[in-house]
Write a protein that binds this ligand. Sequence first.
Ligand code: 4AD
Ligand code: MG
Length: 456
Amino acid sequence: MAKKLTVRDLYSLYLDSGAELSKEEIVVDGWIRTNRDNGQIGFIELHDGTVFKGVQIVYKGESEYSRLRTGAAIEVTGSFLLTPEAKQPFEIHASNIVLVGDVDEDYPLQKKRASFEFLREQAYLRPRANTFQALYRVRSVLAMNIHRYFQERGFVYVHTPEITANDAEGAGQVFTVATGAKDPYKDFFGRRASLTVSGQLHVEAFALAFKDVYTFGPTFRAEKSNTPRHAAEFWMIEPEIAFAHLEDDMELIEDFLKYLIRETLRLCPDEMAFFDKFIQPGLLEKLRKVESAPFKRMTYSEGIKILEEAVKNGHKFENADIKWGMDLQSEHERYLTEEHAGGPLFLIDYPKEIKAFYMKENDDGKTVAACDLLVPGEGEIVGGSEREVRPEVLKAKMDKLGNFDGLEWYYNLRRYGSAPHAGFGLGFDRFLSYITGIANIRDTEPYPRTSGTLRY
Ligand code: 4AD
Ligand code: MG
């Protein structure tokens, strides 16, 4: 019986083993991307999803196979032929093609280059489109590399809960978890519960037991920002390191992101070349530069001065009322990282009023030991900080915010064998946007959830 192989097998096995294997009959199955018949011979471009590239199937022209349509699932039996002169290194000469699953004529993915907006409406079919074949594979490889990075360095992976009673960031952007009962809060947990906005508080407790830990999971924010960078459900990686300060945190962020870029380029060369060619020309060069140069650093206060200067020199911001203490908008972040730094930029020491309660207050009494990493095209992709470990300072902040009740355990961590510690959150989907050049977060997630849409 003929041997069944994937397209991935063909590329790895047959390319290595060379021509002596080419006499074997083989079977491959997959989906038709294109089918054309010039009369004498016909060509099917077959993709099976196991690798970014497809394989060319050659058949006798003007046969029943000419009628097979784009999108149909087929099984091909044929002989494998090396074609050193052609564009592809090999092709399959079909002796038999079986139609496994036909495709109706209204199949939406007919055009070679459909728009992102159109494909978003076809979320259940877009994994078959070239761009999304590349994207979802890079997404998978990236997730694996995140675990590999931490696991190889002894970090413990902690599954922090998705249902929680706290609003870790204190920004009031939580989705409430409720049953259908009359008194939905009391019914199940006996108190108000919500979907997590961050696993940080829970993972801090583990850092104070295992030293180096991380969470990596879905995160939810009821943030009605209709931007290309905000999703209601996204994935976040939150490492936490004990006996460590802000400086150690930034070193970890930089090393981690450079590793992820390097490994994505190494493991997904075809996908990344595709993004470079069709999505963001210059992407590969940009990433190699980021991977090889130190990230720049600047305090928030310096950043404000630069923005004030920019306004003076005629730069148009939507919000041009630049003053110390303001929360930076994406346009300001992008100005600093794109126009000023020309690459990734750590902005540190933010005013305490605009940052979360758990951040360590600096000696100036006005700022906290926070670091946001800003990158061109995206703005903030990482938010991190050293944590406040002085019990009385933390308590005062919690009392002001009114979240001590229910988070007493978090405060207690500062009383029971506390140590300086720091951590950060990397937005997985935003980072994926950054390294693939796919501009909209809606196109980086398999089934995006944003305010106003919940189709699939
Ligand atoms: O800056 P954030 O809010 O930081 C935290 O949640 C901290 N607890 C992290 C920590 O120190 N452990 O969020 C971290 C990152 C942002 O920089 C951004 O990349 C991403 O999460 N993020 C979002 N991504 C997509 N959609 C949203 N609505 C996001 N909100 C935050
Ligand atoms: Mg942030």
